[in-house]
Design a binder for this molecule. Structure first.
Ligand code: UD1
Length: 346
C-alpha cells in the first residue's frame, strides 16, 4: 500500500473519480466532504468499482477543529487533493461572501495544518477560468498566458487561492503544491457507478444534454450562434473526467516521489482540442443514437467565446495525456444518466 491521501470533496464529481484512480494506483484514501452538494452513497459506488471502501468523514473544511481531528484520526496523511469548494458561477454572483468564505477558508485551514502533520504536498483544483478570454495569439492557451480579472466571485476564488498557495510556499512553508487548471470535465466512469449529479437545473452543458435526452428537460438551449467561431457557437476543451482523475495521480506521484521539482507547479489539464457546443450536441446524437430537442437561444451572460488548452507541459512533465475518445465519453455520460433513471434518482 502506498501513502495515505486526503481527498477533500471526495464524494463530488471529480473527487469520486480521482478517489477511484488513487485507489487503483495503490494509495490509501481518506475522504472528507460536508455533503453539501453530494451524497454519502457515492462511497458505495467507489467501493463497488475498486473493492475498497475509502475512509469517510463528514467534515466541513472550514471547520478547523473538525479538520484537525481528521489528521489526528488518520496519522500519516502525506498528500492532499483539495476539491471541496462551491462551484456554481451564477450562485457566486448572488452570494459572494458564501463563496469567499467556503473556498478560501477551507484552503487556509488545510495549508495551516499541513506542516503540523507533516503533509508533503497539496494538489489544488483550479480552472481555465483564470485565463478569461485569451487573445487569439494565446490560443491554445498555455500556463504562461496572462491571468485576467475574474468575471465572477467563483472565478476570483480560484485566482486568490492560487496566489495564497504561491505566497505561502514563497514564505518558506515546507510543503509543495501542484495547481491543476482544468478545462471542462465531462463524462462518467465506464461502470456508471459514479458520475456527475447536479443539484436542480444543471448549468453545465453535458448534464443538460443528458437530462434533455432522457426527458427531464424539454429542450436544450444552445447559448449563442453568433460568436466568432466557425459554426458561431462557443468553443471549449472537454476533458474526460477519468483522464482528469488520472492527472491527479500523476501529480501526486510527482509531489511525493520526485525530488528537485519546483515547490509550486501549474499545469493545464485538457485535451488540447477545442469543440464547439454544436459539435458536442451533434456528437452526442451520433454517439448515442438519441435525438435531442434543441434550439438556439441568446448568448449567456459572462460566457467566454472560445478557449482550449495547450497541454504540452502536462504531457511532457507529468507524463500524462488525455486518451479518451469523445464518442466514448459522451456515451459514458448517457450511460450514467440512464443508470440514474434505473435507480430512480433522476
Ligand atoms: C463553466 C463556468 C466555469 C467553470 C466550469 C466548470 C460559466 C460562465 N463558467 O464553464 O467558470 O470553471 O463551468 O465546469 O458558467 N451551454 C449551452 N447550453 C446549456 C449549457 C451550456 O449552450 O444549457 C454552452 C455554454 O454557453 C458554453 C458551453 O456550453 O459555451 C459549456 O458550458 P458549461 O458546461 O456551462 O461550461 P463553461 O461555461 O465553459
Amino acid at each position: 500500500m502506498k501513502e495515505t491521501i486526503l481527498v477533500t470533496g471526495g464524494t463530488g464529481f471529480i473527487g469520486s473519480h480521482t478517489t477511484v484512480e488513487l485507489q487503483e494506483a495503490g494509495y490509501n484514501v481518506v475522504i472528507v466532504d460536508n455533503l453539501s452538494n453530494s451524497s454519502a452513497s457515492v462511497i458505495d459506488g467507489i467501493e463497488k468499482i475498486t473493492g475498497v471502501r475509502p475512509a469517510f468523514e463528514q467534515v466541513d473544511c472550514c471547520d478547523y477543529a473538525a479538520l484537525e481531528n481528521v489528521f489526528q484520526k488518520y496519522p500519516g496523511i502525506k498528500g492532499i487533493i483539495h476539491f471541496a469548494a462551491s462551484k456554481a458561477v451564477g450562485e457566486s454572483v448572488e452570494k459572494p461572501l458564501l463563496y469567499y468564505r467556503n473556498n478560501i477558508n477551507s484552503l487556509i485551514n488545510l495549508l495551516e495544518l499541513m506542516p503540523k502533520y507533516d503533509v508533503k504536498g497539496i494538489i489544488f483544483s483550479s480552472s481555465c477560468t483564470v485565463y478569461g478570454q485569451p487573445s487569439e495569439e494565446n490560443l491554445p492557451v498555455t500556463e504562461k498566458a496572462p491571468i485576467q480579472k475574474a468575471l465572477s466571485p467563483y472565478g476570483n476564488t480560484k485566482q486568490i487561492n492560487e496566489e495564497i498557495i504561491q505566497d505561502y510556499i514563497h514564505s518558506g512553508a515546507p510543503i509543495k503544491s501542484i495547481i491543476l487548471r482544468y478545462f471542462n470535465p465531462i463524462g462518467a466512469h465506464p461502470s456508471a457507478l459514479i458520475g456527475e449529479l447536479p443539484n436542480g437545473v444543471p448549468m453545465n452543458l453535458i448534464p443538460f444534454v443528458t437530462q434533455t435526452a432522457i426527458g427531464i428537460r424539454k429542450q436544450l438551449k444552445i447559448f449563442g450562434n453568433d460568436y466568432g467561431t466557425p459554426d458561431g457557437t462557443c468553443i471549449r476543451d472537454y476533458i474526460y473526467v477519468v483522464d482528469l482523475a488520472k492527472a491527479h495521480v500523476k501529480a501526486m506521484a510527482r509531489i511525493l516521489d520526485t525530488a528537485d521539482t519546483d515547490a509550486v507547479e501549474v499545469f493545464n489539464i485538457g485535451t488540447g482540442r477545442g469543440l464547439s457546443t454544436l459539435e458536442v450536441v451533434e456528437g452526442f446524437e451520433k454517439a448515442t443514437g438519441v435525438k435531442l430537442n434543441w434550439e438556439y437561444a441568446p448568448r449567456r451572460e459572462g460566457d467566454i467565446e472560445k478557449v482550449w488548452g495547450n497541454v504540452d507541459k502536462a504531457n511532457k512533465v507529468l507524463g500524462w495525456k488525455a486518451e479518451a475518445d469523445i464518442d466514448d465519453v459522451l456515451r459514458s455520460a448517457w450511460k450514467w444518466q440512464k443508470k440514474l433513471r434505473e435507480d430512480g434518482i433522476q
